[in-house]
Design a binder for this molecule. Structure first.
Ligand code: BGP
Length: 474
């Protein structure tokens, strides 16, 4: 059994738009998440407004906005050392760039962070988790619009100052490399024209690089104790065969994903980007000083999500979804009910890959399994599939540490059931705590402890030493 370092941050991760609800309360403005319906095709035929008669899961989500005190008490019962969540930008600046911040929104996060700290839980905060204010999308086309850079800087400075001394770990953009696969969520891009798609995506990426660098610099200036990381989806890509073309195509696809951390951690555009730029005739508008800023504002650590691995072959169309890329089936791996291959060794593989590439601390800020829960007649939820997934991934994380990879912590995705980002479903449950709410919003919202709750508690208590879940599998 491999040892986890003292002070290792065991915890959980959620996002404001998937948990809070209260989408228009206390002055909050709309974000891109608030116009997404439920379903596998929730990104198709979108209209950038709320439509009558359509159910939007983010509007109520699990009502964390009102229940956070009780929910945090439950999370604290597992002994969690940290909780990752995001600040909803449009709760602080309803239109993204208002003249003054919304005090009610600021107060909400003050109370939430105080509640966490009361239980000794360190808040880990994502500044933008799939929540671009809708008004910025409508007025400036999302992140392809240059004005977002200053708006974001002001928002960041506001929250860095307000929560100074309460929050130390920050991340700029959630899964920024999903700009290609989930453009609306990752970059506030409402793509309607295939012809300008790539141009818009790379322009948005550039603006986000500048904004991220600025956030790092402001974060350090406000409080030198701040650690500001980047955040990417980094589930690995394997070649589907040993055919050299497949191997090279997979390498190039991986690079396209790592492009974001290459810039955010190394502080410059990589050499291989020049060819991409030429081949697609990209005209990226940059202002003087941008590249210098990107160089100075390198991120302190790499936060990433890991759910599954995928296979790639030459010429294969890339299917976008959250948490990784879907492609061919891997005959060596079992899959979840949502068709995501389960690959614990892949976690060890990426930890090594990423540390070899960057030599920066890594933080696994999302890992988990979406599954259907069954409430037994005795009221128990014996979620063995979840415990098995957790065990296998913790084991591989221990191996990665033994390989020499410095890991800051591990935050299980969705320690309490929340709305799925990919499909908007509630049925796709990640939690150790069950929430009585269905895909259509029905349900009492009641919380119920699953057996995995006690299992994760044991893992945290023993700092990853006792991974036996047999006592909880009945
Ligand atoms: C990541 C996102 C999360 C999240 C998770 C699981 O891509 O950062 O917001 O929800 O994936 O995906 P899903 O909710 O689609 O199951």
């Amino acid at each position: 059994m491999n040892d986890f370092p003292k002070g290792f941050l065991w915890g959980g991760a959620i996002a404001a738009n998937q948990a809070e609800g209260a989408y228009d309360e206390d002055g909050k403005g709309l974000s891109v998440a608030d116009i997404l319906p439920v379903g596998k095709n929730r990104f198709d035929n979108l209209v950038l407004d709320i439509q009558q008669g359509v159910y939007y899961p983010s509007h109520e989500a699990i009502d964390f906005y009102h229940t956070y005190k009780k929910d945090i008490e439950l999370l604290a019962g597992m002994g969690m050392k940290c909780l990752r969540t995001s600040i909803a930008w449009s709760r602080i600046f309803p239109n993204g760039d208002d003249a003054t911040p919304n005090e009610a929104g600021l107060r909400f996060y003050d109370d939430m962070f105080d509640t966490l700290l009361k239980y000794g839980i360190e808040p880990v905060v994502t500044l933008a988790h799939f929540e671009t204010p809708l008004s910025l999308v409508k007025r400036f086309g999302g992140w392809k619009g240059r004005p977002l850079i200053n708006a974001f800087a002001r928002y960041c400075e506001t929250v860095f100052r307000r929560y100074k001394g309460k929050v130390r770990y920050w991340m700029t953009f959630n899964e920024i490399n999903h700009t290609h696969t989930l453009p609306l969520l990752a970059a506030g891009l409402f793509i309607q024209d295939e012809a300008t798609k790539l141009q818009d995506m790379y322009q948005a990426s550039h603006n986000m690089f500048v904004a991220s660098a600025q956030a790092v610099l402001i974060g350090h200036e406000v409080d030198p104790n701040n650690q500001v990381g980047c955040m990417l989806s980094l589930s690995p890509v394997y070649p589907a065969s040993c055919k050299p073309e497949d191997v090279f195509a997979s390498y190039q696809l991986r690079r396209r994903l790592l492009f974001y951390s290459d810039v955010q951690l190394r502080g410059e555009y990589p050499a291989y980007f020049e060819r991409i730029r030429k081949e697609h005739n990209l005209q990226i508008a940059m202002e003087s000083g941008d590249l210098e800023l990107i160089k100075r504002g390198r991120c302190d650590y790499l936060g990433f999500s890991y759910y599954r691995s995928s296979l790639h072959e030459d010429g294969m169309k890339i299917l976008g979804n959250t948490g990784g890329l879907l492609g061919k089936k891997n005959p060596h791996l079992k899959e979840t009910s949502w068709g995501w291959p389960i690959d614990p060794l892949g976690l060890r593989y990426v930890c090594n890959e990423l540390y070899d590439r960057y030599q920066k601390p890594l933080f696994i800020v999302e890992n988990g399994v979406g599954a259907v829960d069954v409430i037994r007649e005795d009221g128990k939820i014996v979620d063995t599939e979840r415990m098995e997934y957790l065990k296998d991934h913790v084991l591989m994380m221990g191996e990665a540490i033994a390989d020499g990879v410095p890991l800051i912590g591990y935050t299980w995705w969705g320690p309490i059931d929340i709305v799925s980002a990919g499909t908007g479903e509630m049925k796709k449950r990640y939690g150790f705590i069950h929430v009585d709410r269905d895909n259509d919003g029905a349900g009492t919202g009641e919380r119920r402890i699953k057996n995995s709750y006690y299992y994760y508690k044991q893992i945290i208590e023993t700092n990853g030493r006792n991974l036996d879940y047999a006592p909880f599998a009945k």
